[in-house]
Design a protein around this ligand. Structure first.
Ligand code: SF4
Length: 240
């Protein structure tokens, strides 16, 4: 596993659990609004934490922490992600997996084996604007499977919605990228999902600094979007 580090304690990354968050390095998307640019590109990686250090830490916290949140980058592009999850579970922790949904093949194995206790999948945008929003408009390059990225995303959504594993979908809402209309389409697509969250975009360190010009002075009313589409979901919330 290529780890970019870990946060010893989080009260927010894993819903209602005391957890630690571990960050994997490398992502197959290039979302301009990404707040973890150092985790996206392997070449920018520094502060690399070895797996050994992470597991030594976990062993010492067995009685204090309830769960581990695995996030990135995109954890599912790591070739040894399944063994990594198994090792964490063996220590008795709950596992929450964050994913961009581009590896339904790996996700299916994880869901079928009931390996994780919670899945959070990013929904970057409505299908028509998805690849543009994630800044990937060509065929998925990290795998030989032939399905397009969007087909993979849709497959992951279906796998998650049809699984018994607790989950959430969430969208970081970026003024200048998203419009209110996009959320009508997202609601049609994800209709019936158990939970969907809107995450407010915060300006700060982002992957593509040029985006700041595009977002400047623009606002999207998250409450308005929520009140319009929340009937489509079991639960819907806003995170700021
Ligand atoms: S925000 Fe986008 S680029 Fe950043 S880690 Fe998530 S999927 Fe990758």
């Amino acid at each position: 596993m290529i780890l970019g580090g870990f946060q010893k304690l989080t009260l927010i990354d894993y819903p209602e659990k005391l957890a630690s968050t571990v960050f994997t390095v490398g992502c197959n998307f290039r979302c301009p609004f990404c707040h973890n640019p150092e985790l996206v590109n392997l070449r920018l990686a520094h502060n690399e934490e070895s797996e050994k250090v992470f597991f030594e830490f976990l062993k010492k916290r067995k009685d204090k922490l309830e769960g581990v949140c695995i996030t990135g980058g995109e954890p599912l592009i790591q070739p040894d992600i399944i063994d990594f999850i198994k090792k964490i579970k063996k220590l008795g922790f709950l596992v929450k997996l964050d994913s961009n949904g581009t590896r339904p093949d790996v996700l299916k194995k994880i869901i079928d084996a009931k390996m994780v206790d919670f899945i959070a999948m990013d929904i970057k945008n409505q299908p028509k604007n998805y690849l543009k929003t994630a800044s990937v408009e060509t065929q998925f390059i990290a795998s030989k499977l032939s399905a397009s990225i969007l087909d993979r995303i849709k497959l992951s959504v279906n796998l998650i919605m049809n699984s018994k594993t607790p989950y959430e979908f969430r969208t970081t809402v970026v003024p200048g990228i998203h419009t209110e209309k996009d959320f009508d389409e997202i609601a049609k697509w994800l209709k019936g999902a158990r939970s969907y969250y809107l995450q407010e975009y915060r300006e700060g360190k982002i992957l593509d600094e040029k985006l700041k010009k595009k977002t400047k002075g623009k606002k999207i009313n998250l409450e308005k979007i929520k009140s319009k589409i929340e009937k489509n979901f079991g639960k819907m919330g806003i995170r700021r």
